[in-house]
Design a protein around this ligand. Structure first.
Ligand code: UDP
Length: 324
């Protein structure tokens, strides 16, 4: 089979770089577009020796550059987006423009040649809905426009409408994937992600900082499970015009996560509780529970997460130790 030309926007980020690695291992030609705002050259440095790997520095808001790359591609994974609640609260304009402009250019350019696109959305689109588990047709409930957090989920939510409209009206083969808290080696804690932060804190003997009372829950999906599913989804035509939850449905409270990380790292760190107000400023709202219903993706591609939370944490701990 002839190798395919694959474009990954945001390919120097945590998820994108693992996806690039997987596609290279399958023998594909991989083009990564990344503005290195939250992605980094370090994430892709081990891929550069592969002659099938190509890196292009640029933003998804650079229309001409993006259009040219999409025109050459046989598949497009549109991952580029601002990451991390902390980052989004601090730079709302950049996150909104990246989310809104990038998706439109990718969808429009891909529609011309009906190139398959996989668009990564987020579990943030469910917003304040408290009815877990979330299934793909659950309501999306957002808070005040003055709270920058909701702008992220809402802008991704608009992109989802765009994807569905391009599918219906322009026959764009596009699949939308709502990612739920993906974790694995190379994820950075710099943008607020809880698992790398807790592991770093535990290993360095600093206090492990739980926000709120720690009763809020999350489900943490393993990067390898997630990347395997992304590759299957884009090559399964019945997924086009559809939305899928992706991640793990193993739920854990943040307090229990802190305990688990402490145990697995044999750390003597204290566990500290910090109020949301102190961390994010007044009026911050967290999601108290977040859990996906994975029935739809299981049925579509036989998705079955292989790694437990404990295995994922073990890999992350080894990775962070290796960097010391
Ligand atoms: N969190 C925490 N301590 C940290 C970072 C995050 O307690 O140092 C909490 C955060 O308030 C949230 C959960 O961990 O309830 C997951 O946060 P993250 O930013 O990783 O992802 P989110 O699910 O909020 O997008």
């Amino acid at each position: 089979m002839a190798k395919k030309n694959i474009l990954i926007t945001g390919g120097a980020g945590f998820i994108g770089s693992h996806l690039a690695e997987k596609l290279l291992s399958l023998g594909e030609d991989v083009f990564v577009l990344d503005d290195l705002s939250t992605g980094s050259l370090k994430n892709i440095s081990h891929l550069k020796k592969n002659s099938n790997f190509h890196f292009i520095k640029g933003s998804v808001t650079e229309k001409k550059k993006l259009e040219k790359l999409v025109a050459k591609a046989d598949r497009v994974y549109h991952l580029a987006a601002a990451v991390g609640v902390k980052n989004i609260m601090e730079k709302p304009l950049e996150s909104l423009l990246n989310n809104l402009l990038g998706a439109e250019v990718v969808f429009e350019a891909a529609a011309n040649r009906r190139t398959p696109v996989l668009f990564t959305s987020t579990s943030e689109v469910y917003g304040k809905n408290t009815n877990i588990p979330f299934s793909e047709d659950s309501d999306r409930i957002y808070g005040s426009a003055y709270n920058a957090r909701w702008g992220y989920g809402m802008s991704k939510g608009v992109d989802e409408f765009l994807a569905l409209a391009y599918f219906r009206e322009k026959k764009l083969p596009v699949v939308t994937v709502r990612l739920f808290n993906v974790i694995g080696p190379r994820q950075t804690g710099v943008y607020g992600m809880v698992v790398p932060r807790f592991v770093e804190q535990a290993i360095s003997g600093q206090p492990i900082t739980v926000f709120g009372d720690g009763s809020q829950t999350r489900c943490f999906g393993n990067i390898e499970d997630v990347v395997g599913a992304l590759v299957k989804l884009i090559d399964t035509p019945k997924t086009y015009g559809q939305i899928f939850n992706l991640g793990s449905d193993e739920e854990i409270s943040i307090k229990n996560l802190a305990d688990k990380v402490k145990t697995l790292t044999h750390s003597k760190s204290k566990i500290l509780f910090a109020s949301y107000n102190k961390i994010y400023g007044p009026g911050f709202e967290d999601m108290m529970k977040r859990k996906p219903d994975l029935t739809k993706i299981k049925k579509a591609i036989g998705y079955k997460p292989k790694k437990t939370l404990e295995q994922s944490l073990g890999e992350i701990i080894d990775d962070i130790h290796a960097q010391k």
